[in-house]
Design a binder for this molecule. Structure first.
Ligand code: HEC
Length: 91
């Protein structure tokens, strides 16, 4: 076992700790940002910039799916944000 000397092992450890740290931090940022806001809040913040806020009763659940896809590109929402808004509007 000459291939794994101390330097190699330390290098691998440092690299994997770095990767784990990066993954956990970036994972937290994304989920915290999205988790902090509910569908109703995201809807209020994002869906009245360009037109009046559409009321949840305006469309059927199926129609909201389509609107969600369309307005996700317009409002530049992430997919989790869009899902929350659509979930809210379907109720
Ligand atoms: C960047 C501007 C912009 C944002 C932000 C935006 N919309 Fe729109 N929306 C439009 C435009 C422009 C139209 C009409 C043309 C079209 O359908 O592309 C429209 C049309 C609609 C319609 C169809 C209205 C009708 O009577 O047919 C619905 C419903 C709608 N938007 C919902 C939403 C929801 C929900 C959000 C939030 C996720 C949102 N919009 C965010 C620009 C925007």
């Amino acid at each position: 076992m000459k291939t794994l000397n101390k330097k190699n092992i330390i290098g691998i450890l440092v690299a994997s700790v770095g990767i784990l740290l990066f993954l956990s931090i970036s994972g937290c940022f994304v989920s915290e940002k999205v988790a902090a806001k509910g569908g109703a809040q995201l809807w209020a913040e994002n869906c009245q910039r360009c037109h009046n806020m559409p009321s949840p009763s305006t469309f059927s659940p199926d129609q909201w799916e389509t609107v969600g896809l369309h307005m996700q590109t317009r409002a530049q929402l992430t997919t989790p944000e869009r899902d929350k808004i659509v979930e809210f509007l379907k109720q």
